[in-house]
Design a protein around this ligand. Structure first.
Ligand SMILES: *Cc1c(COP(=O)(O)O)cnc(C)c1O
Length: 239
């Protein structure tokens, strides 16, 4: 069998935007209230440039190294692009991340809050931050435990991080809606307005539960190589 050919980006982007519009309509929401973050991890720069040329402006990456290689040239050509970090962040890469990204979705522990605060002061740059929650309490998944969330939010506020919302990835095999609803409830409780949730397979359910930032890779760019599985998000939960 031959590998499936990559999707036509104009078609796949239009289809994802239409799915967002439909889900928003069904939820009685304005489609403008949902930001499509095109997750371009493992996607080569030329193809990302195509998506930019088609008008897509928000992109998500999960690795600092890959983004540092790929994005400076793209940004030079499209200065109004917004770059989101959606993958786990090591504290020793905090400064590089602050220099590179406009939004960080994966703030999930006190040590990282400290490192980001120092990096933001040094760089004079303050990317919006989502606190990532391990919403399904999975063994090896990134995100802070639900019990630790109040303390982590407080620490982030105290450190001067611009906390805008919560982010989560529900357990792979489960019906996602209850997890999305729980994340929305937690965000409301803490007065946070944005919800980063919903991927290729569950963006409609996420929008129904209030997602403001959906992170969509496969449905736009096609299947990724199974090589190099990115760190935490793709580890099988231990059962
Ligand atoms: C890869 C990734 C996505 C995109 O997933 P798809 O299923 O390809 O849409 C979204 N969020 C995170 C955190 C990811 O690592």
């Amino acid at each position: 069998m031959t590998a499936p050919s990559p999707p036509d980006l104009a078609l796949s982007l239009a289809a994802v935007r239409a799915a967002i519009a439909q889900a928003a309509r069904q939820a009685g929401r304005d489609a403008q209230s949902v930001t499509l973050v095109a997750v371009s991890k493992q996607v080569e720069a030329a193809r990302v440039a195509q998506a930019l040329a088609l008008g897509q402006r928000h992109f998500g990456e999960n690795r600092v190294q890959e983004s540092a290689a790929k994005w400076p040239d793209l940004r030079a050509q499209w200065p109004d692009a917004t770059l989101h970090l959606v993958g786990q962040l090591q504290s020793n890469k905090a400064e590089e991340a602050v220099a590179l990204f406009d939004v960080i979705h994966s703030v999930d522990r006190p040590g990282l809050v400290k490192a980001l605060a120092v990096a933001m002061d040094r760089r004079g740059r303050r990317p919006d931050c989502f606190i990532q929650v391990n919403i399904g309490a999975e063994g090896q998944k990134g995100g802070c435990a639900i019990e630790s969330l109040p303390d982590l939010i407080e620490a982030a506020h105290r450190a001067g991080l611009p906390v805008v919302g919560l982010m989560a990835v529900p357990p792979a095999e489960a019906e996602p809606t209850p997890y999305f609803a729980l994340l929305a409830r937690l965000a409301r409780r803490h007065g946070l307005l944005r919800l980063s949730m919903g991927m290729s397979g569950d963006l409609a359910q996420a929008i129904a539960m209030g997602a403001t930032d959906v992170r969509v890779g496969t449905a736009i760019f096609g299947a990724r190589a199974a090589l190099a599985p990115p760190a935490a998000e793709h580890v099988e939960p231990t059962r």
